[in-house]
Structure formats: structure tokens, C-alpha cells
Design a protein around this ligand. Structure first.
Ligand SMILES: Nc1nc2c(ncn2[C@@H]2O[C@H](COP(=O)(O)OP(=O)(O)OP(=O)(O)O)[C@@H](O)[C@H]2O)c(=O)[nH]1
Ligand SMILES: [Mg+2]
Length: 313
């Protein structure tokens, strides 16, 4: 499913020193097609619903969205809020509402609870432009791959109408869905930022599952994640504190690999001869982080230098 999207992707750089995660290749044909779908369908909609991951709203918001959707109110949905630190999500909502004018609003969403969907259904007609008082609200749902656009739509529609999956590139074409009489939603494929992104944002996008698996190096992403976890004092119990390195945030791959080796041994990710399988351990750690097995974590905060991970309950 993902090949069309991923085939054009550059891998993240293996260099720890580079300030850029990628060179060219971040703007595959699929993305050009999604931009075209947004442009073509914009005249039909009176609202844009922007979906960003609550754990990293800065890295997962499309910086060019305003220009892509001129003249349309924007409702920002911070998705997967059940995986994010609740305090951090509140701070993001405050920051987003401070920045927003009368044609913008922001709401947190978690697929497992009903209240956030009701809030979106309440806000959409308040914000949207319609042709007349009785005309339906038409909204396009846009955002990076795998942030939860189709899941949000299914929640609003009240049934599994749009295809979803735990990998990027599940939605391939456009699909209109009706959420009751008054609201029609356009599901679209994910869109990425053209060109290269800063290395940290690239690693974050890989960690959150926005990028397809073969667009990044699992070991590099896992080492970086261990760094973040250590600084946030949230290392997985299998790993424990790094020997003599606690809180140091030592980016040395050797130190990170010691931690990863402990994780591999504790979880039984072994190669022949009983040696730790670091590659498998890296993928397993990334998977555990993605689904919140290590607790609720937010990776970026409003108005801060993006460098810290925060903890939650
Ligand atoms: N924990 C949690 N997982 C979610 C939530 N919303 C979506 N997911 C999961 O995230 C993954 C991606 O969801 P989709 O709805 O397919 O995402 P999408 O943005 O439509 O993805 P593409 O169509 O590939 O661009 C799926 O495994 C969902 O189950 C949420 O609120 N909480
Ligand atoms: Mg989708």
C-alpha cells in the first residue's frame, strides 16, 4: 500500500552531525497529487479541518496550510491526545487559541472517547462558511500521513466508513463522507512538506509513524528516542538508568547501544548465539513508543526550543 508514497522518499541521514535530516526526495508524486486534490476541492468546502498529532503539534502541522487553503476557516484537531501528556495538550490548546482569530479554533481529540467528537461537531458549523443557513457544512480533512485523519472522520460519521491503519499512506484517493444531515467530510491522503526538514523534525516524524518504514534508519531513531527518554527520566524499565551517564543525554551511539542492548536482552530480541539484536530492539522500542506502552509522552511544547520530552500519567 505504501510503496507509491515511500518509493520516492529519501532515507534520513545517518549522520549525527548534520543539521538536516534529508536532502531531496521529500516531495514525491503522491504529495503533488494530494496538493492538487486540496486545490481542486477547495471551492467545494467552507472549512478546513487540520489534523496534527498532539504529541508533536509543531512537527506535524503543515506550515504551508494557510497558503494551500486560502480564505477558509481552519479547525485544528490535536489527534491521539490519549497518547500525549494531558498538561502539555492543554498548553498547546491555549497557545493555539491565543494565536487564532475568529476563523480558527483548536480542539484535542482521542478516538476512544465521545466528548472530543461532539466538540468537533459543535465547532464545525460555527466556523464554517456555508452557501446558506440551511446548506450543509462541507469540510476537507488535511494533515500529514498517519496522524489520524480517517479515524477522526469515522468517529464523526459514527461508523468505520474510511479505511484506517497503523502505517502512513492508507488513504490513497479522495472520499466524501456524511456525518449526519449537516456535515460532509472529505477524506484525503496525507501530505508532507516539500523539500528537506530539520533533522529533529525528521526523526520525530519517523518516531510517530508519519514516514514509511524504509524512509528512516530504525537504529538512529531509537538512539535518539532513548536520548529523549533519558532526559525526561522516562527510560523503559527494561533499560534502567545508563551506567554513569544518567541525565547526561550523551548522544554517543555507543552509550545508546548499551541501553538498546539491555532492552533487547530484557525483551528477548536475540540473534544467533544469544547476542542482542539491536535492529529488532530498535523497531520494538519505536513500536512501544508509538502506541503509548511507555506512558503518555509529548515531544514538543509551545513557545519552547523543541528539545525536551514531557511526561504524563
Ligand atoms: N491511540 C490512538 N490512536 C489513534 C487515534 N487516532 C488514530 N489512531 C491510530 O493511528 C493510526 C492512523 O490512523 P488513520 O486514521 O489511518 O490516519 P490517517 O491520517 O488517515 O493516515 P493516512 O490515510 O495514511 O494518511 C491508526 O492505527 C489509528 O488506529 C487516537 O485518537 N488515539
Ligand atoms: Mg487516512
Amino acid at each position: 500500500m505504501v510503496a507509491g508514497l515511500a518509493g520516492h522518499m529519501a532515507r534520513l541521514s545517518r549522520s549525527d552531525s548534520g543539521s538536516r535530516a534529508t536532502g531531496s526526495g521529500w516531495y514525491p508524486g503522491e504529495m503533488a497529487r494530494t496538493r492538487r486534490l486540496i486545490r481542486e476541492n477547495l471551492p467545494l468546502v467552507g472549512l478546513v479541518i487540520e489534523v496534527a498529532d498532539a504529541r508533536a503539534p509543531r512537527a506535524t502541522r503543515h506550515p504551508d496550510l494557510r497558503r494551500l487553503t486560502p480564505g477558509r476557516p481552519i479547525l485544528t484537531v490535536l489527534s491521539k491526545a490519549d497518547l500525549a501528556d494531558p498538561g502539555a495538550t492543554r498548553r498547546w490548546l491555549d497557545a493555539l487559541s491565543r494565536d487564532s482569530g475568529p476563523d480558527r479554533a483548536a480542539v484535542a481529540f482521542a478516538a476512544g472517547s465521545r466528548a472530543p467528537a461532539r466538540e468537533v461537531l459543535r465547532l464545525a458549523p460555527e466556523l464554517a462558511r456555508t452557501r446558506g443557513p440551511r446548506s450543509p457544512v462541507r469540510a476537507m480533512v488535511v494533515g500529514l500521513p498517519n496522524v489520524g485523519k480517517s479515524t477522526l472522520i469515522n468517529r464523526l460519521v459514527g461508523r468505520a466508513a474510511a479505511g484506517t491503519g497503523d502505517r502512513p499512506g492508507v488513504t490513497r484517493g479522495k472520499q466524501w463522507l456524511r456525518a449526519g444531515e449537516g456535515l460532509e467530510l472529505l477524506d484525503l491522503p496525507g501530505i508532507l512538506v516539500p523539500g528537506s526538514v530539520p533533522r529533529r523534525a525528521g526523526l520525530l516524524l519517523a518516531l510517530l509513524g508519519v514516514l514509511p518504514d524504509h524512509a528512516y534508519d530504525s537504529l538512529e531513531v531509537a538512539r535518539w528516542a532513548l536520548d529523549l527518554l533519558e532526559r525526561a527520566d522516562r527510560l523503559p524499565p527494561e533499560v534502567g538508568p545508563a551506567d554513569g551517564e544518567e541525565g547526561s543525554g550523551d548522544p554517543n551511539p555507543g552509550v545508546r547501544d548499551d541501553l538498546l542492548a539491555r532492552y533487547a536482552l530484557a525483551r528477548g530480541h536475540l540473534k544467533a548465539g544469544g547476542l542482542p539484536d539491536l535492529e529488532r530492539a530498535a523497531r520494538s522500542l519505536i513500536g512501544a513508543l508509538r502506541v503509548g506502552r511507555l506512558g503518555r509522552l509529548t515531544y514538543e511544547f509551545p513557545g519552547e526550543d523543541p528539545g525536551k520530552a514531557g511526561s504524563g500519567s
